[in-house]
Design a protein around this ligand. Structure first.
Ligand SMILES: C[S@@+](CC[C@H](N)C(=O)[O-])C[C@H]1O[C@@H](n2cnc3c(N)ncnc32)[C@H](O)[C@@H]1O
Length: 426
């Protein structure tokens, strides 16, 4: 599709063609009713993207400038309604099989007034989250049913909780630094919103552990299932027995578990901070206990695991930290590596280009990183520059891009036989 298409007729033709193409590649036509999650097959991804891009442009064209921009200015009311729905536990009290519930019954089950529920439902049903099946009767759609799904519901909770509270402070925090993000994550919009001089992680380890537990669960859904490590990084298919993958900041071990299940030769060590490691150990399936272990390790202090062929896997770690802090994390790992080890950075790889063709989730995540940590998602050029500045021996071996979104695994090795001092002289 031409990037500049602004013609309604042309866009509607694109929608019609892409919709047919999309439908020809999905096992069942999409439904708004609650249904098991169907992953989009690779063949359908391009048609889906074209369809969504054309729809975005059509909406903007037909809405016109006032509705578009005033709608955006008030988009936080969508989050307000979603947060109210979560806090009133609406999704938990609507039958998951798609059958309706009367407003009066929903009010009595949740203890919330009918009027408040109705006002929230007015906005949510407008976005096809819940549906009114008959006057005063509400049922789940696939969107509202997802609010209660493990992982996804926690991610919604994290966004409408910490994210929604922090977002409005972002502009004030940046204004005090000439609109550049401060390089200290303890001076973030999150810290201001929660009235703390701690960064997010320190806060969830000490001040609000339940926020930390929810965040750990949210991470299981935050990066699009199936995980890149088990879908796009081909070298693991032929990994020899006993090869070690260190999941640095691996949370409760969800990715390491998926990797160990798929690759029986792999041994995984999940490193994280104390409380998180404890939660991960408690959840580890019995049959993986000989190949997945948890280790308490602060990635700022060093990397205790070395030796040939080790994979150091960092998913959603570096996007939480400004460049100077990322350099510390990377250089600790570089010091433990040899030429056969690899760092695998599994993150967003942002488009250089902007516009309706962008990846919505990545764009939102970038601003979420800004509000929560004073950090960002990076382009391929920014990743290369960060690695070089962390340790000049670190070179990108290959970028393994996901088809489903703007994420990928950046495979990094240590330039062999080249000493840092020699390189520094060049
Ligand atoms: C955004 S989460 C990513 C979790 C997991 N890698 C994933 O992608 O789902 C960042 C993780 O880094 C961990 N973390 C933060 N600071 C750390 C530190 N200094 N040392 C080790 N882990 C840390 C957090 O506890 C959290 O589990």
């Amino acid at each position: 599709m031409a990037a500049k298409t602004e013609d309604l007729t042309e866009l509607s033709n694109i929608i019609s063609t892409s919709a047919k193409n999309y439908l020809s590649h999905v096992p069942t036509p999409p439904t708004l009713r609650p249904a098991p999650l169907v992953l989009v097959a690779d063949e359908a991804i391009e048609a889906r993207e074209k369809l969504l891009q054309a729809c975005r442009k059509v909406i903007s064209l037909v809405e016109g400038p006032i509705e578009t921009i005033i709608g955006m200015a008030g988009a936080f009311y969508e989050t307000t309604a979603l947060k109210l729905a979560c806090d009133m536990k609406l999704a938990d009290n609507v039958p998951l099989d798609g059958s309706p519930i009367a407003l009066a019954e929903l009010a009595s089950k949740t203890g919330a007034p009918e009027e408040t529920i109705l006002r929230v439902m007015r906005l949510l049903t407008f976005k096809c989250v819940f549906v009114e099946t008959a006057p005063g009767y509400f049922a789940h759609t696939c969107g509202s049913a997802a609010i209660g799904a493990p992982g996804i519901g926690d991610l919604v909770g994290h966004r409408v909780g910490e994210g929604f509270a922090s977002g409005p402070h972002t502009s004030d925090v940046l204004r005090e630094n000439n609109f550049a993000a401060p390089e200290d994550s303890r001076k973030s919009a999150f810290s201001r919103a929660f009235n703390t001089n701690k960064g997010f992680f320190e806060y969830i380890y000490t001040d609000d552990k339940s926020m930390g537990t929810r965040f750990g669960q949210a991470m299981t859904a935050a990066s699009g299932i199936p995980f890149n490590l088990v879908t796009i990084y081909e070298p693991l298919l032929s990994t020899p027995k006993g090869r070690i993958l260190v999941d640095v900041g691996g949370g409760i071990g969800h990715v390491a578990i998926a990797a160990a299940q798929k690759y029986p030769n792999l041994k995984c060590v999940v490193q994280d901070m104390g409380t998180v490691v404890g939660e991960g150990r408690d959840r580890l399936p019995e049959e993986l206990k000989d190949r997945v272990e948890f280790q308490e390790n602060d990635f700022f202090k060093g990397q205790p695991i070395g030796g040939p062929g080790v994979y150091y896997y960092l998913k959603h770690i570096l996007h939480d930290h400004p460049d100077p802090v990322c350099k510390q994390i990377l250089s600790r790992i570089a010091n433990a590596m040899d030429s056969s080890s690899r760092i695998l950075i599994d993150e967003c790889i942002m488009d250089e280009r902007v516009g309706p063709e962008g990846d919505r989730m990545a764009i939102m995540k970038d601003l979420h990183m800004l509000a929560m940590f004073n950090d960002k998602e990076r382009t391929e050029a920014q990743w290369a520059a960060l690695l070089k500045s962390a340790d000049e021996r670190l070179v990108v071996e290959r970028v393994w891009r996901a088809k489903k979104d703007n994420t990928g695994i950046i495979e990094v090795r240590l330039a062999s036989g080249v000493h840092r001092a020699i390189l520094a002289k060049l």
